[in-house]
Design a binder for this molecule. Structure first.
Ligand code: GTP
Ligand code: MN
Ligand code: MN
Ligand code: MN
Ligand code: MN
Ligand code: MN
Length: 199
């Protein structure tokens, strides 16, 4: 396990910590950009109220709900659909970097990944923009992650150069690698280029 990481059980045993659960929902797709660039996968992230990119999910109270039930509740609020998430979808748990307001208790973030059918993902996008109670408030909109690289170097590199909440950027990059959604070489190039865009 990487530093700062802990098992789901260890995380739940840590007293006095706050817990947040977020999920990467994704699907395969055969659609193409401009009719020629394969999109390959639809990965859902969101533009948060604070202007940062992150995954859907939120704060969970383990004394009142399981982590997964709490995550599902957050998904109803933010996406307008109650998507069941199970323990098998859990990827990792880790301590969030200590915030500047040191008075607030430590935050443990739990990350999940769930693969869905393309039509289910499209339904989530429709609901998030119409029936979700948080739409236009906590959540400014759902966005898809471009996994390709365009001739001008746009696409994934550009996307990764934006600002992300907490460690959402590494949760995304680690998932792309682990699930082989982008070839390691291409991912490495995009990561290198994204740092050049940022400066
Ligand atoms: P409220 O309903 O307003 O309380 O928000 P929320 O419950 O939806 O909480 P939020 O999604 O903002 O998550 C709570 C905390 O978890 C945030 O303040 C961030 O520190 C962190 N966080 C938010 N999104 C992500 C994410 O995608 N990845 C990671 N690792 N942390 C996140
Ligand atoms: Mn056009
Ligand atoms: Mn929320
Ligand atoms: Mn949230
Ligand atoms: Mn909440
Ligand atoms: Mn809320």
């Amino acid at each position: 396990m990487a530093s700062g990481q802990l098992s789901r059980a260890e995380a739940l045993a840590s007293s006095g910590c706050r817990h947040a659960c977020h999920v990467m929902l994704y699907s395969d797709t055969k659609t193409q950009l401009f009719g020629r660039i394969p999109i390959k996968h639809i990965i859902l992230m969101q533009m948060r109220f604070d202007g940062l990119l992150g995954f859907p999910g939120g704060l969970v109270n383990p004394s009142k709900e399981t982590l997964e039930a709490g995550l599902s509740r957050e998904l109803s609020e933010e996406l307008g659909v109650a998507i069941p998430v199970s323990i098998e979808d859990h990827v990792d748990s880790c301590y969030a970097p200590a915030s500047s307001s040191s008075s607030s208790p430590h935050l443990i973030t739990h990350f999940y990944v769930k693969k869905m059918e393309e039509e289910q993902i499209r339904e989530v996008e429709r609901a998030a923009a119409s029936t979700a109670t948080d739409h236009g408030q906590e959540v400014l909109g759902m966005v898809r992650v471009p996994l390709y690289t365009t001739k001008g170097g746009g696409g994934l590199a550009c996307f990764l150069s934006h600002s992300f909440i907490g460690n959402a950027r590494s949760q995304l990059v680690d998932s792309l690698l682990r699930l082989n959604l982008v070839a390691p070489k291409e991912l490495h190039k995009a990561l290198t280029h994204s740092l050049k865009i940022q400066t």
